[in-house]
Design a binder for this molecule. Structure first.
Ligand code: 6CS
Ligand code: FE
Length: 297
């Protein structure tokens, strides 16, 4: 592959059909595939669905420590000044805080928890580093939803991520139930790439992180995938963990319940998949969204 060959053209002016992904779902070789805590059944499920859900993975104490840190961060004026605080589109409520692996010793350490990293290295078949981290708060009543999207499509277009060789880890901090806007995924959608129509505006992230409009697949493509695969919304107690492939279509509804739906997200990228120049944007996004200084875990 030449230095900047675009295998996944997107943000086109006219709709182009979805096509099979050009990357394996589980990377590496037989040796890396078997060198980790994931069983053969779990690997097969990840390959088939594009995600794995682990109810009650972390204990209550670990989650309480995260919630205490989350409260500290959201009240810390220095954090507000980092530019990584994103607010809800129609209120001043905090929607997300990015780069928590940089600003919080607690979340820096949690990102390195071998129970996560060993599983991710097994899936990516290489050393890994943090591409992005965030807390999504989704406060009660005011937490708005996230339109259907592939994270990879954004990271490819706007951050220059060349191949599909990254995994997101979502750690559930507050019970995810059917009424507080749990993450919804289309199982199997990771196996196709859905190009999106619409050029990337300047500084798109200033809008997209509050209300994503560009990089949202067309309704016909989503309809086709939902009709084929359905929609799954893994629900579970605080402490549950979701690992999902970078190209699995997901989204979530607004939170109409009094209960927050707060999750910690870490995005692990393979060291073999370092960011290049954006494939469909004028300039790279800021580093609080996309690490360019690779620190191997
Ligand atoms: O643009 C991004 O990187 C972020 N946007 C969404 C909707 N999910 C992934 C990521 O946090
Ligand atoms: Fe996402």
């Amino acid at each position: 592959m030449d230095s900047h060959e675009d295998l996944y053209p997107t943000r086109t002016t006219t709709r182009t059909p979805m096509f099979p992904r050009l990357d394996p779902v589980i990377h590496g070789d037989a040796q890396t595939r078997s060198s980790g805590p994931l069983s053969a059944e779990e690997l097969a499920a990840f390959e088939r669905d594009g995600f794995l859900f682990f109810p009650g993975f972390f204990d209550v104490d670990a989650i309480q420590a995260c919630i205490d840190e989350l409260k500290r961060l959201s009240a810390d004026p220095a954090v507000q000044a980092t530019g990584g605080v994103i607010r809800e589109p129609h209120s001043d409520e905090v929607r997300s805080i990015f780069a928590i692996h940089r600003i919080s010793p607690h979340f820096r350490a949690l990102a390195r928890d071998p129970r996560i990293v060993d599983r991710v290295r097994q899936l990516l078949g290489s050393d890994v580093y943090i591409h992005q981290s965030r807390i999504n708060y989704k406060p009660g009543f005011k937490g708005k939803g996230f339109n259907w999207h592939s994270d990879f499509e954004t990271w490819h277009a706007e951050d220059g991520m060349p191949r599909m060789r990254a995994v997101s880890c979502s750690i559930i901090l507050t019970d995810n139930h059917e009424f507080n806007g749990p993450l919804m995924l289309i199982p199997g959608s990771h196996r196709v790439f859905v190009p999106c129509v619409g050029e990337t505006p300047e500084d798109n992230y200033k809008h997209s992180l509050r209300d994503q409009q560009v990089g949202v697949p067309d309704e016909d493509s989503i309809t086709e995938l939902v009709r084929t695969h359905g929609i799954t919304a893994p629900k579970g107690p605080a402490g549950s963990m979701l690992l999902f492939e970078c190209n699995t279509l997901h989204g979530s509804n607004a939170n109409m319940s009094p209960d927050p739906r707060s999750n910690v997200f870490y995005v692990y990228n393979s060291v073999e998949n370092k960011l290049q120049q954006p494939f469909a944007a004028k300039r790279p996004r800021p580093e609080f969204l996309a690490e360019r200084a690779v620190e191997v875990l």
